[in-house]
Write a protein that binds this ligand. Sequence first.
Ligand code: ATP
Ligand code: MG
Ligand code: MG
Ligand code: MG
Length: 442
Amino acid sequence: ASPARSIGTSPLLVSRLFQPSSLREGLELGMEGRAGEMPCKSQRLMLQAGLIHPSNPGCYYYLPATVRAMEKLVRLIDQEMQGIGGQKLDMPSLCAAELWRRSGRWDLMGKELFRLRDRHGAEYCLGPTHEEAITELLASQGTLSYRQLPLLLYQVTRKFRDEPKPRFGLLRGREFYMKDMYSFDTSEEAARLTYQAVCQAYISLFARLGLRCVQVQADTGNIGGKLSHEFQLPAEIGEDRLLICGNCAFSANVETIEPGRTDCPQCHKGTLAESKGIEVGHTFYLGTKYSHVFNASYYSAQNKPVLAEMGCFGLGVTRILAAAIEVFSTEDAVRWPGLLAPYQVCVLPPKRGSRTEELAGLAEELCHSLGKSLPRLKGEVVLDDRTQLTIGKRFKDASRLGYPYVIVVGQSAAEELPRFEVCCQQSGETLFLSRDGLMDLL
Ligand code: ATP
Ligand code: MG
Ligand code: MG
Ligand code: MG
């Protein structure tokens, strides 16, 4: 007989999921070293759990579970950005050197820029950010009308930066995903309102993810501009140092204030405490720095051409994924923000040859009915069909991968009033629920 083919059928079977671990005992991956030498928890866990696989320094294969989580994150980002009027586009990664020369950043960016030439000798860089490109796009439309503003355009694309020290897995790659939004307004006042709206959307996004980010005053770096904040997720592995006042709302990246300062420059009462953070987002009010270079302008109500006031707003998409794993996980088990977990539910049927073996069909049927009766779980339920392994061993694996709900179809499901054992990974609770109780919970 030919082996059962389960291509395209549900439920999804764990035995068929492509999640190869890159950190098994005895498997050594040159550049990544051994698990014991890896100080970064999210990097170690993501390699262990088959979420990423190293390719070359700062570059990774994003394996299927990671892509699922990332797609969920991008959907949330889309909701937030479109909620404030953002329109999504997609710009080329190959950026002409000529644009970057005009803004002066071809030289300013130094070695961080990946530079290349085409067959005709024309120079390009692989886009590390897109202020030049978007401003040139706007300018190419001729002068806009003030009625078309504010205009908020964003993309979620790969960015390329030749980082001097790519490390910590997806936290600092040389190729990574960023959401970058660019805003065009009629006045400084209007641009500041847009700036506030984007910050609010970021705050809302992080709240939905359960990430306690702090918004700190930041340096404008080589992007330039007048006003800037970073969204920092407090974590020991973070490469940024933050100063937070114990008395008022003041908080800043150390890069912006006098070094060694311990008294608060805002309230002059509190002392500044230092902590470490991962920069997950960055907002800039740019003024006319780029619109001036490329002549991106609009006609005012008085029909006069005026330079657009710009802002730019970044979110580190792949960095947010890793940072969330960093702060939610234990030393040996991945934990996700509920909304990002690659799959929501894992169902464990009994071991082959065990006393409750006949419950295998019930487990499979449960998977089907969960997906059918709860639209939110469609495609989100996996069945751990590796029934040659004990429930205990598979439960341990499921816990390590961080499914929010693990359902054991075991002894208690065989009783007169069938009960399913449900482990809620987020709260650590174990419940024994009837089928209806289970539906209510999920
Ligand atoms: P960092 O200070 O960590 O180098 P940055 O200030 O250079 O970051 P921005 O230019 O502000 O980064 O880019 C916007 C966002 O893109 C950052 O807030 C961060 O979340 C993300 N990001 C930047 N560099 C990387 C990287 N090498 N790998 C992953 N994400 C990154
Ligand atoms: Mg940087
Ligand atoms: Mg920074
Ligand atoms: Mg930054």
